[in-house]
Design a protein around this ligand. Structure first.
Ligand SMILES: NC(=O)c1ccc[n+]([C@@H]2O[C@H](COP(=O)([O-])OP(=O)(O)OC[C@H]3O[C@@H](n4cnc5c(N)ncnc54)[C@H](OP(=O)(O)O)[C@@H]3O)[C@@H](O)[C@H]2O)c1
Length: 268
């Protein structure tokens, strides 16, 4: 079940910033490698990408990484070209890069708005722009884009650029999925809720009232009907399902991984 033997995966944002815990991109890359996939990853910092590469290789997997800026077309093209040169095909594309900046329209600076659109949304267009013609020629391919429940609901803090771009990813995916459905190329979105990652730990350090990080984490756990935040593997398992042949009849869909948050009004 869910084997990916010799499938070539291009993934963005697979870096692991610390040796502690798991970021979502790193967990996705390792999970797909465990199922036999060959990983080719682009990441802003080569050092954090190499940390993920080492984790994959020490588990017996195959992974190459390249410094990449997903907001820059030439850099994305160089990543795609390098993957094609090395492996001659791209079976799976995972767009994982994304980040939230706080603010509402009145408080968000224009340059922050633009950088959010570039990082969260244009990046998805750029990889698809360079990879879809390859998948069309192969007559096979599967793409998963990583959104957020902030693209479906207001989740308690103003981050309108993040919310708007994450919502746009879902419609970008749906529309493109229909266009490519007859070409045997599938596109779906994974929509994580509150996920515990090294980044969440950093946020707790920055935002916990009175520096009480454990209380901050307890509060986040308490917001989830299942009673706890998810982890990077919960998201990685959803991605695995959507890129595997077992989901071959699913395209243009969102798979929400949120422990029930978006199914609840938050009131009991
Ligand atoms: N964490 C959550 O609770 C949560 C919830 C919902 C959705 N998400 C979504 O899940 C995805 C992953 O989030 P995460 O928090 O777990 O992050 P992550 O996967 O741990 O890290 C993001 C990666 O993206 C890389 N990156 C940043 N800017 C880049 C650029 N311009 N070009 C290439 N690579 C770049 C970072 O590189 P460096 O190593 O250089 O920093 C890092 O390796 C994001 O799309 C996020 O919006 C996360």
């Amino acid at each position: 079940m869910l084997r990916l033997d010799n499938k070539v995966v291009l993934i963005t944002g697979l870096g692991q910033t610390t040796d502690e815990g798991w970021g979502i991109g790193a967990a996705i890359a390792c999970n797909l490698a465990k199922q036999g996939a060959i990983i080719f990853g682009g990441n802003r910092s080569l050092t954090s990408a190499q940390r993920t590469k080492s984790r994959i290789e020490s588990a017996g997997g195959i992974c190459d990484v390249q410094e990449t800026n997903v907001t820059d077309s030439a850099s994305v093209k160089a990543l795609v070209d390098a993957c094609m040169q090395r492996h001659g095909r791209i079976d799976i594309l995972v767009n994982n890069v994304g980040k939230s900046e706080p603010g509402c329209p009145a408080t968000l600076a224009e340059d922050v708005w633009d950088s959010q659109v570039d990082l969260n949304l244009k990046s998805v267009y750029l990889t698809c722009h360079h990879v879809l013609p390859i998948m069309e020629k192969q007559v096979t391919g599967s793409i998963v884009n990583v959104s957020s429940i902030a693209g479906l609901r207001y989740i308690g803090k103003p981050q309108v650029a993040y919310s708007a771009t994450k919502a746009a990813i879902m419609q970008f995916t749906k529309a493109t999925a229909v266009i490519y459905a007859g070409k045997n190329v599938r596109l779906n979105t994974v929509v994580p809720g509150l996920i515990y990652t090294p980044y969440t730990r950093e946020m707790a350090k920055r935002y916990a009232p009175g520096g009480d990080e454990e209380e901050y984490m307890r509060k986040r756990d308490g917001q989830v009907p299942i009673g706890r935040m998810g982890n990077a593997w919960d998201v990685a398992n959803a991605v695995l399902f959507l890129v595997a042949d077992e989901s071959r009849y699913i395209t243009g869909q969102e798979l929400v991984v949120d422990g029930g948050i978006t199914s609840s009004t938050g009131r009991v």
